[in-house]
Structures are given as C-alpha cells and as structure tokens.
Design a protein around this ligand. Structure first.
Ligand SMILES: N[C@@H](CCC(=O)N[C@@H](CS)C(=O)NCC(=O)O)C(=O)O
Length: 218
C-alpha cells in the first residue's frame, strides 16, 4: 500500500489541523504542497483530484477526501480505531463532534472573517465588531475548558488539534488570549503535542502575511 498523500499549504489553518492528526497518529505521509498564494489549487491536475479546489485533500491509495475534520475522523477510524483521539463511546464522541463543529461553524469562520478580507480583498483594519465576535468565541472556548483538561474531555482528541490550528493562526495575527485563563493554560499545554512546532511555523507565516497588510492591530 502506498503512503498517504496529503495536499497541503502550511499557512492554511484547516490544512494544519488535519496534519496535526497525522503527526499525532505518527503516520507515514507524502506531503505535496499546493501554494494557494500562487493559485496552484486551480492547476488542472489538482482540479482533477478535487474539483472544489480546496486543501487539505488526501489521496489514500486512490480514495480521495477533503474537509479537514472529515479527514481527521477518517484517519483515526481507519488507522487507530481505538485511539482516544476520536473516542468510540457515543457521549464522548458526541462531545468531540460538537467541539469540531464549534470550530467549523463558529470559531474558524470568525477568524476567517477577519483574515480573508485582509489577505485577499484589500482591507487594512479589523473592525470592533469582528474583534468582539472573536473574543466571544474565545470566551465560549474558555468555558468548555473550565471543567476538562482538553476541549472535549480529559484526553486529547482531534477537536483539540483542529481548534489548535485555528487558534494559533489568529494568535499569530496578534489576538490576545491571556484574559481567558483556561484557554491560555490549554494553549500552553498543547506545546507537548506532536506537530506543535510545525503548526506554529505555518501559523507564523499566516500571521505575518495578515499583519503585513494591516495598518493597525486588534
Ligand atoms: N472547511 C474546509 C475549508 C478548506 C478551505 O477553505 N481551504 C482553503 C485554504 S484555508 C482553500 O483551499 N482555499 C482555496 C480555494 O478554495 O480555492 C476544511 O476544513 O478543510
């Protein structure tokens, strides 16, 4: 069986999220970079693989899948079905899913609402309203972490990895998490996770790209 192929762009938060799952499972992988700044996702060869032209995308011996959280779920289920990274027990799994959907539907869209217009649409400031929305999401996340060590329980899961990739991106733009004590403690604890440094490197490139176009910060 061939190694898993991972189409990746390191500044991209979702792309780093599923890569963290690969690193935490310690899977052999062939990474193929798709440079979004050069619009390589629109190359005909990549469009044949993923007509929706988004990364991350995997090719697992001919099985193609995109959507970072679906990739993480698939990789744990296919490679390490008994792993705590995606627990099988229904209530534990439901909580992991809820946190993943929180990232997909709330946290990451609020980060994207700040960064996408700066990176691609010529905006140079961050509105008060968008900042308020971001910090509201931090506050909810801080609340999740009040009674558990990790975002969905006392063991690390793919929800932590997905949220880490999102959060590191906006922290590198300059967002301040220090007032959210549980969140700040969790972020520090994430330093122990495989792939943390690699994620930080990509998040820094992302943060620097956004900051280079801003005339003022948060
Ligand atoms: N919900 C998707 C989002 C994927 C996504 O939007 N990826 C962006 C980079 S952050 C992308 O590939 N953009 C290029 C394009 O859509 O053409 C996921 O989590 O994988």
């Amino acid at each position: 069986m061939k190694d898993l192929v991972y189409y990746h762009f390191s500044p991209s938060p979702p792309s780093r999220g599923a890569l963290l799952t690969i690193r935490n499972l310690n899977l052999p992988v062939e990474i193929k970079e798709i440079n979004l700044f050069k619009k390589e996702q629109l190359n005909p060869e990549f469009l044949k693989i993923n007509p929706q032209h988004c990364i991350p995308t995997i090719d697992d011996d001919g099985f193609v899948l995109w959507e970072s959280r679906a990739i993480s779920q698939y990789l744990v289920e296919s490679r390490a079905p008994n792993s705590h990274l995606y627990p099988k027990e229904p209530k534990k799994r439901a909580l992991v899913n809820q946190r993943l959907y929180f990232d997909l539907g709330t946290l990451y869209p609020r980060i994207r609402a700040i960064c996408f217009p700066v990176l691609f649409l010529g905006e140079t400031t961050i509105s008060e309203e968008k900042t308020k929305q971001l910090y509201e999401a931090f506050n909810w996340l801080d609340g999740f972490l009040q009674s558990t060590k990790w975002v969905a329980g006392d063991e690390v899961t793919i929800a932590d990895l997905s949220i880490l990739a999102s959060l590191a991106s906006i922290v590198n733009v300059g967002a301040d998490i220090s007032k959210y004590h549980n969140l700040a403690k969790w972020y520090k604890m994430c330093e122990t996770l495989p792939g943390f440094e690699e994620n930080q490197k990509g998040a820094k490139v992302f943060g620097d790209a956004v900051k280079s176009k801003l005339t003022s910060g948060f």
